[in-house]
Design a protein around this ligand. Sequence first.
Ligand code: NI
Length: 136
Amino acid sequence: MALVRFGVSIENELLKKFDNFIKDKQYTNRSEAFRDLIRQELVQKQWQSGAKVVGAITLIYDHHKRELVNKLMDIQHDFGELIISSQHVHLDHHHCLEIIAVKGVSQKVQKLADSLKAVKGVKHGALSMSTTGAGV
Ligand code: NI
């Protein structure tokens, strides 16, 4: 794809903050950081408009909690068409880490993540959404 150059007017203070941000995030130049910020905003907009997304749901839970594992399993079967794969790691005597790879319409993926996070005994749950970049 052809690159287009354009000028940006920006306050000195804001540019300093941007440069610090770039340094923290280990970007090698301003252009790449700027492109990523634009893509991030556009991806965010796609999510809100019912776009297809891919992502990962991460759960930490205590498997000793009554009925918890069964509930998590039931929910995953209910949303079976969204789930590509899942990985289970036994962290210690009590805790499990589960990483579920998902693909589908953003609202449904969000609903699946919310349902899993809401189960009693789930100590932490996070959804990381992304797209393949198509159209962004
Ligand atoms: Ni486990």
